[in-house]
Design a protein around this ligand. Structure first.
Ligand code: NAI
Length: 652
C-alpha cells in the first residue's frame, strides 16, 4: 500500500510512501482517490494532512510509466477530485515537490512547507508542459509572471521564495508534521478557500508579460516546450479555467509525442544509465575525504575548487612557488565567486579555506586517497609526475590523469602498480561542467574504477566510462568533426558559416568559437604529437596550425578563428584571407555550403565515429556517446545526441 490513512484525533493523515521519490505512479493515484473517498465518508474527520514518507514529497511523475499508454485515474483527475474535497486538505511539503507532486499540492486547499524544500514544475526539461493543471493553477497562486518563469525555465524555487510568491501558505519549523496538523486544526472550522483553479487571476502587467514571453521564445532556439509553456499561460490568462485546463491537456498530449520530448527523455534515461558499470557492480563504494591535485592551471584549479566545494580536503602541488601562488589565486577566485553569488555561506567558505593546502613538495601527498594530475599535455611531463607520485603516495592511493588525449595505459607504466591508475577527464570549466569521462586503462583495478566513480558522484558529475584511445569518447568525436569542418572551410564555407549553422541547429556554440574558448594550442600540441604518424593519404588542413603559428590561440590571446575586442567576437579579415589563400594554394575551387549541408556532414561524422567507438568497445553503449556529446560538447539536448538522432531519423 503506497498510500495509507491514519488518524490524529479528528485529523486524517494521508501518507504517500512510494520510495525512492514518492513518484505519482498509478498505485499512488489510486491510493489518493481511495483516501479521498475514505476521508469524505468519515464524519469524524474534520481536515486532512497529506504528507510523504522518506526523503521527499512527491518528486514527479513515475518515469517508468513514460512511453506507456496512460492508465486511469489520470493525475489531472486526481488533482481535480482533491480540489473538490469538502474538508480542507493541507499538503505538507519536504524535500522536493516537483511536477506532478506540485500539481497534487496545488490541488490541496493549503500548502505548508519545510523551509529547506524546493518546489517546481520542471516538465519543460523533458520537452513537456505540466499536464495536470499546473499551467492553470500556478499562475493563480503566484501570478502570471512568476509562474511563466518557473515553468519556462523548469527551475525549482526555494520554499522561502514559494512562500513569498504565494504558492506556500506557511513555512514550518523542524516539525513539519506537527505544524501541518496544527495548521489543519486551526483551519478546520473556517470556510473552505475557493478551489485554486476557480480563483481569479491576480493582476499582472500585460506588456511586461508579453515581453517576458518574447524573450523565452527567442531563447528557445527551436525548442518547442518553452514556447508551449507561453501558449498555455496565454490560455490561462484568456480563457475560463475549465477551457484552459482542456487546452493544457491537448498541448501536453501534443508534446508527449513530439520528437524533442522523446529525445529529452532519451537523454534523461541515458544519464541515469551511464554510471552503472558492470565491472564494479560488486565492489564496495570506497570512502574518500582527501584528494591531491597536481597542477594549478585552468583545469587543476577548477578541479580543486569543485572538490573543495563538495567537502573534500585538497592538497595542490605546483612546480614552483610562482606557479603555486597563481594556482592558489585561481582556486580562491572560483571560491570567492561562489561566496559572492550566495552559493556557499561565509562559514562554509572558511571551512573550505582550512581544507585547502598548497605545496611544491610531493611529500605533502602522503595521506591523500586519490590524486588527479592536471599538468601540461605532454607524455614526458606526465610520466615524470607519475614517477614522483609513485614514491610520494600511499601504495593504495588512486592515481588519475586528466589528460585530454594521451594514452593512460602508457602513463600507468610509470608506477609500480599500474592497477591504481585511471583517467578522470573533466571538462572546462571543471567546477561547472557536469560531464566526467572515467577512463579505464586495461588492468585498472575495480577499486580504482569504483573510487573514480564515487568521486564523480560526490562532485555531482555525470560519469561516463570510456576505454583508452586518442581523445577517448568526446575529444575523439570532436577531433573528427572538427577536421571535417576544416575541410568545409577549405572547400568554401567560412568559420562563421559553420558556427552559425551549428547554433541554428541548437548547439550552444559553433566548433570554431568553441576552439577559441578552449585554446587552440591544446589540439595543436596533439596534432604535432601525431604528425610523425599521420597518414599522408588522408587530407590534412593546415589552417588551424597556421593560426597557432601566428600566436592565435583563441580568446586567451585575443585572437583565434575570430578577433576578440571588449569580449565581443568579430570576423577577422586576416583569418578570411588565410583561408582563401590556403584554398587557392591547394587549387580548390571554393563553393557554397548551406546550413543543412554543414549540419548533415557534422552529424554524419559524429555518428560514424561513434559507431566505430562502439565497435572498439571504447564506449559501453550508444547512449553514453549521446550523454558525452550533450554534456561536454554543447550538442542540443532536445535533439538527444548524434546516436539517438541518427537512429530515430536516419535521413538527418
Ligand atoms: P594549464 O597550462 O593551464 O595548466 C597546467 C599547470 O600544470 C600549470 O599551472 C603548470 O605550472 C603545472 N605543471 C606543469 N608541470 C608540472 C609539474 N611537473 N608539477 C606540478 N605542476 C606542473 O593546462 P590546463 O589547460 O589546465 O590542462 C591541464 C591538463 O588538463 C592537460 O593534460 C590538458 O590536456 C587537460 N585538459 C584540459 C582541458 C582544457 O579545456 N583546458 C579540458 C580537459 C582536460
Amino acid at each position: 500500500m503506497c498510500v495509507s490513512v491514519t488518524f490524529e484525533g479528528h485529523i486524517a493523515i494521508v501518507t504517500i510512501d512510494n520510495p525512492p521519490v514518492n513518484a505519482a505512479s498509478h498505485a499512488v493515484r489510486c491510493g489518493l482517490i481511495d483516501a479521498l473517498a475514505q476521508t469524505e465518508a468519515d464524519a469524524a474527520i474534520i481536515a486532512v494532512v497529506l504528507l510523504c514518507a522518506g526523503r521527499t514529497f512527491v518528486a514527479g511523475a513515475d518515469v517508468r510509466e513514460f512511453g506507456k499508454p496512460p492508465v486511469e485515474p489520470h493525475l489531472s483527475d486526481v488533482v481535480a477530485a482533491l480540489e473538490m474535497a469538502t474538508k480542507p486538505w493541507v499538503a505538507a511539503i519536504h524535500g522536493m515537490a516537483l511536477g506532478g507532486g506540485l500539481e497534487i499540492a496545488m490541488g490541496c486547499h493549503y500548502r505548508i512547507s519545510d523551509p529547506t524544500a524546493k518546489l517546481g514544475l520542471p516538465e519543460v526539461k523533458l520537452g513537456l508542459i505540466p499536464g495536470a493543471g499546473g499551467t492553470v493553477r500556478l499562475p493563480r497562486l503566484v501570478g502570471a509572471s512568476m509562474a511563466l518563469d518557473m515553468m519556462a525555465k523548469g527551475k525549482p524555487v526555494t520554499a522561502v521564495a514559494a512562500h513569498t510568491g504565494g504558492l506556500v501558505d506557511e513555512l514550518s519549523g523542524a516539525d513539519l508534521r506537527g505544524a501541518a496538523i496544527k495548521f489543519a486544526l486551526e483551519h478546520a472550522d473556517m470556510r473552505l478557500p475557493v478551489a485554486v483553479s476557480l480563483r481569479a487571476m491576480p493582476q499582472f502587467d500585460h506588456d511586461a508579460l508579453s515581453h517576458e514571453m518574447s524573450i523565452i521564445k527567442s531563447k528557445a532556439c527551436g525548442q518547442n516546450s518553452p514556447v508551449t509553456v507561453c501558449e498555455a499561460v496565454s490560455n490561462t490568462i484568456n480563457m475560463p479555467a475549465l477551457d484552459a485546463l482542456k487546452a493544457e491537456r491537448e498541448l501536453f498530449l501534443r508534446l508527449k509525442n513530439d520528437p524533442q520530448s522523446l529525445a529529452l527523455r532519451h537523454i534523461f534515461f541515458a544519464e541515469r544509465a551511464s554510471g552503472k558499470i558492470p565491472a564494479i557492480a560488486n565492489t564496495p563504494t570506497p570512502s574518500l575525504d582527501s584528494v591531491g591535485i597536481i597542477g594549478g592551471g585552468t583545469m587543476g584549479a577548477g578541479i580543486a575548487a569543485t572538490c573543495l566545494l563538495s567537502g573534500l580536503s585538497v592538497t595542490m602541488i605546483e612546480r614552483d612557488a610562482d606557479a603555486l601562488s597563481s594556482g592558489h589565486s585561481r582556486v580562491m577566485d572560483i571560491l570567492s565567486g561562489s561566496l559572492k553569488r550566495g552559493l556557499i555561506s561565509t562559514d562554509k567558505y572558511k571551512t573550505i579555506q582550512a581544507a585547502f593546502v598548497c605545496s611544491t613538495d610531493y611529500a605533502a601527498l602522503g595521506d591523500v586517497g586519490l590524486v588527479i594530475e592536471a599538468v601540461f599535455e605532454s607524455m614526458e611531463v606526465k610520466e615524470a609526475v607519475f614517477k614522483s607520485l609513485d614514491n610520494a603516495t600511499k601504495p593504495d592511493a588512486i592515481l588519475a590523469s586528466n589528460t585530454s588525449y594521451l594514452d593512460i595505459g602508457q602513463i600507468s607504466k610509470s608506477v609500480n602498480d599500474p592497477s591504481r591508475v585511471i583517467g578522470l577527464h573533466f571538462f572546462s570549466p571543471a567546477h561547472i561542467m557536469k560531464l566526467l569521462e572515467m577512463v579505464t586503462p586495461n588492468g585498472a583495478s575495480p577499486h580504482a574504477i569504483a573510487t573514480g566513480v564515487a568521486l564523480g558522484r560526490r562532485l555531482g558529475k555525470i560519469v561516463v566510462p570510456s576505454g583508452v584511445c586518442d581523445g577517448f569518447i568526446g575529444n575523439r568525436i570532436m577531433s573528427a568533426y572538427r577536421r571535417s569542418c576544416e575541410n568545409m572551410i577549405e572547400d568554401g564555407a567560412m568559420p562563421s558559416d559553420v558556427d552559425a549553422a551549428m547554433r541554428n541547429f541548437g548547439f550552444a556554440m559553433g566548433i570554431f568559437e568553441m576552439q577559441d574558448l578552449a585554446g587552440n594550442d591544446i589540439s595543436w600540441a596533439m596534432r604535432k604529437r601525431l604528425a610523425a604518424t599521420r597518414n599522408p593519404s588522408i587530407r590534412y588542413v593546415d589552417i588551424a596550425d597556421k593560426l597557432c603559428e601566428l600566436g592565435r590561440f583563441g580568446r586567451k590571446s585575443g585572437r583565434g578563428w575570430y578577433r576578440y575586442v571588449d569580449d565581443k567576437t568579430h570576423v577577422d579579415p586576416e583569418v578570411s584571407a588565410l583561408i582563401l589563400s590556403e584554398s587557392s594554394r591547394k587549387g580548390i575551387a571554393r563553393r557554397y555550403f548551406s546550413h543543412e549541408e554543414i549540419i548533415s556532414e557534422i552529424i554524419d561524422v559524429m555518428h560514424s565515429v561513434g559507431t566505430q567507438i562502439l565497435k572498439e568497445g571504447i564506449a559501453a553503449q550508444a547512449s553514453d556517446i549521446d550523454v558525452v556529446m550533450v554534456n561536454g560538447f554543447g550538442f542540443p539536448r532536445w535533439r538527444g545526441g548524434p546516436m539517438f538522432l541518427k537512429s530515430s531519423n536516419p535521413t538527418q
